[in-house]
Design a binder for this molecule. Structure first.
Ligand code: FMN
Length: 200
């Protein structure tokens, strides 16, 4: 429970490198235990390392973030403009995580016939495990979705057709740790007071 309590979305990173062995232990979670529909294991990772690829991703984020700000008015616009919504400028490790929608190894379609989106859900489950493993190592992870994935990032990263962007993850040593989500601290949103569960 402590691990869950202290898992946060991190946007402020120290710039010192992450030891490859530590990162590798965290990445092992993708092959160790994640459930996936029909055992399709549809996750595909791109490590975004080159200056060119990072610049393209950062410019993408900045453009979409500006567009997102334009969609708010008043107090929400004021708060949004103060938010730091990615650590893409500092994070030493950056991973673009895709779902291979046309995977040959698709578990022969088991479980995905009526709900093909379950492939993407499988990728999300795997990311969550990676996130917890990273936190257990003291690393921070930040999930960036303020991107224009279909038209831009997939092209800039030159990924095969059929790959859908699920997450852009920033990984590194966090500047600080907290048990409270940043969006609660700044007054953007609160947690549910109770679990939304009904009985039928
Ligand atoms: C699918 C997904 C997309 C997200 N995209 C962003 C993002 O683009 N920028 C950001 O700052 N946080 C992003 N987050 C982080 C959430 O804002 C964060 O998880 C939420 O505020 C709760 O905070 P916590 O993760 O610290 O508990 C994303 C989280 C998820 C699950």
């Amino acid at each position: 429970m402590d691990l869950l309590r202290w898992r946060r979305d991190v946007r402020r990173f120290r710039t010192d490198p992450v030891d490859e062995a530590v990162l590798s232990r965290c990445l092992d979670t993708f092959s160790l235990a994640p459930p996936s529909v029909g055992l399709s294991e549809p996750w595909r990772l791109i490590r975004v390392d080159s200056a060119t690829a990072r610049k393209a991703a950062l410019e993408n984020f900045r453009a979409e973030n500006t567009r997102a700000l334009d969609g708010y008015d008043g107090e929400k616009a004021r708060i949004y403009s103060t938010l730091k919504l990615s650590g893409m400028q500092e994070a030493p490790v950056q991973l673009a995580v895709f779902c291979d929608e046309e995977t040959a190894k698709g578990g022969a379609g088991l479980g995905a016939a009526t709900m093909p989106e379950t492939r993407r859900y499988s990728v999300v489950g795997a990311i969550t495990q990676f996130w917890l493993a990273a936190r257990a190592e003291g690393l921070g992870v930040g999930w960036v979705s303020i991107l224009d994935p279909p038209d831009r990032l997939t092209r800039d990263l030159d990924v095969p057709t059929g790959w859908q962007l699920v997450a852009y993850l920033c990984v590194g040593w966090p500047e600080t740790t907290s048990d409270t989500p940043e969006l609660i601290k700044v007054g953007w949103e609160d947690r549910h007071a109770t679990l939304p569960i009904q009985t039928r």
